[in-house]
Design a protein around this ligand. Sequence first.
Ligand code: NCD
Ligand code: ZN
Length: 360
Amino acid sequence: MRTTTLTIRRPFDAHVHLRTGSTLRAVTPCTTARFGRAVIMPNTEPPIETVAQAALYKKEILSAVPSGQSFDPLMTLYLTKNLTPADIEKGATHDVCKIYGVKSYPFGATTNSQYGFRSILEAKDIVRTLEETGIPLLLHGEVHVNEQGEAEDPYDGERLFIADTLPRLLESYPKLKISLEHITTIEAIEFMEKNGESGKLVATVTPHHLLYDRRHAFSGGYRALLHCKPLVKRHEDRERLRDMMKKGFPFVYAGTDSAPHPESKKFSSCCAFGVFNAPAAVELYAHVFDDIGALNKLEDFLSVNGPRFFGLAPDIDTIKLEKKDWHITEPIVTDEGTRIFPIYHAIHGLGNEVMRWKIA
Ligand code: NCD
Ligand code: ZN
C-alpha cells in the first residue's frame, strides 16, 4: 500500500545557521515549526567564542521562538584563535548554557570562516580539551588552503580532507567525538561506511546535497540559490549519498545547513555561500526518502540518530506529514524589509519545483 501519511518524533536539526538580529527573527520560526531542537552554528558576526557569548546568543534565539512553540537551541563555540581550553571546560558543565560542540571552519573556506585555523591539526590544545571533556568536534571537512599556503580546487577540498586530515586526526585523538558535517562525496561516504560509529564518528547530510548535483547548479546559468559549501558535486556523488540513506546507518543523520543570506548577497557578483532550506527542510528530506523508497528510515535519520550522538533521548512530541503537493512561492521577509529566498523557490529555483510531502 502507498504511504500517504507519516507520524514521526519531532525532528532534530544537527546543523543550522540562525544568524542574529532581524534575520534571526525572520528565520527562527521556520526552523522551530519543524524541529524541536537544533545545533546552532556559531559563525555569526562577531563569532561565538565564549560560553558567555553563547548564553547571550541562546537568549536571543529563544526570544524569537513563536509563543506556544517549544524549542531547545543546542549551543556551540567557534574554534577561533581566541577560544580557550578553560572556556570549553566551563561549557562542558555549565548548567545555563551547556556547550554541545565546537565547530571548526577551515580559514577562508566558507561564510565567516576568516576566524578559523587553516587546518584543524594546528589547534592541538583545543582538540585535546575536547577529547578530555567529551564535547564533540564538529568538522567542516574541507581542505581550503594546503600546507604550502596555496588554495586547493574547491571541488577537491572534501576529498583531500578525507584522504589526509581526518585519518591523522583520528590517529592522534583516539577518544575524540567527531561529527563530519554535510558530507557530499563518494570518498566521504565510503570513509564513513567503513569507520562510522554511533557516539564516536558520525556524519550529517543536508537536503540540498541529496537533491542536487552540479548539473543543476549550472543549468541555464549559475544558480545562486544552490551556491554553498561544500559545493554540490557530481551526479555519481549524489546517487551514492542517496544510496547511503537506504542503509539506515545509526551514525548518519539530518543537519540541514540552512544558511540564510539576504537577496543582495545571494544575487550579487560575489554570491554568498549558503542554501536557505529551513522553510521546507523536513518536507524535502521526506521527498527524497520517498523517491528512493526509504521512508521507513526517515524517522531515525530525522529524529533519533542526531539526539543520540549528543547524549539526548528522541523528542516525545511527534509531527505528522502528509503526501500533498505544494510549492514555495514567497521569500521570507525580515522586519527590516530584506528578502531571503529559500531553495526550491518556484521562481528562483530550477523550475516550478513541487514538493510532495507537507507538514499536516
Ligand atoms: C554557511 C553560512 O552561510 O554560514 N554556508 C554554507 O555554504 N554552508 C557556512 C558553512 O556551513 O559552510
Ligand atoms: Zn553550515
